[in-house]
Design a protein. Structure first.
Length: 144
């Protein structure tokens, strides 16, 4: 059975075309602006988390609701026993927030302030580390 009525769209002419064109351009512009705003918000959130983590000498590797995965990013964090794949369970006695924005607020520190963190290593061993915030990026040669 063939649906002749729906074989093609009707041609737009006259008033319908005059209305369609500006509406199409308006929606196109709105879509571009929306995509840009959403991506910008995500970038700002990601940079805030990275900045707060790096200041503590940690590299964020994401979270899954059980804790935030981290890796060492400074010589101090390595000396404190942080290894790749550690899961941050608590910060200053409070459970690590599973959501990135809340976790960022939880670990943000002024230069020179300390954070006591509880970590679980990939082998399951729980250990504590005291990390000092520093806005100065570490020498990458010391982090290897």
């Amino acid at each position: 059975m063939r649906w002749a009525k729906f074989d093609r769209l009707p041609a737009l002419t006259g008033r319908a075309l005059a209305i369609y064109r500006p509406v199409w351009w308006l929606l196109f512009a709105w879509a571009l602006v929306s995509i840009t705003v959403v991506n910008w918000q995500a970038e700002v959130r990601d940079q805030a988390l990275a900045r707060a983590s790096y200041n503590l000498g940690l590299r964020p590797n994401g979270g899954d609701g059980i804790g935030q995965l981290v890796a060492p990013f400074s010589a101090e964090s390595r000396r404190q026993g942080v290894v790749v794949g550690d899961r941050m369970l608590a910060v200053d006695g409070r459970a690590a927030e599973p959501e990135a924005v809340a976790f960022t607020r939880q670990i943000e520190r002024a230069d020179g302030k300390q954070a006591k963190v509880v970590l679980r290593a990939p082998n399951g061993q729980i250990h504590q580390a005291t990390l000092t915030a520093s806005k100065q990026l570490p020498d990458r040669r010391l982090c290897r």
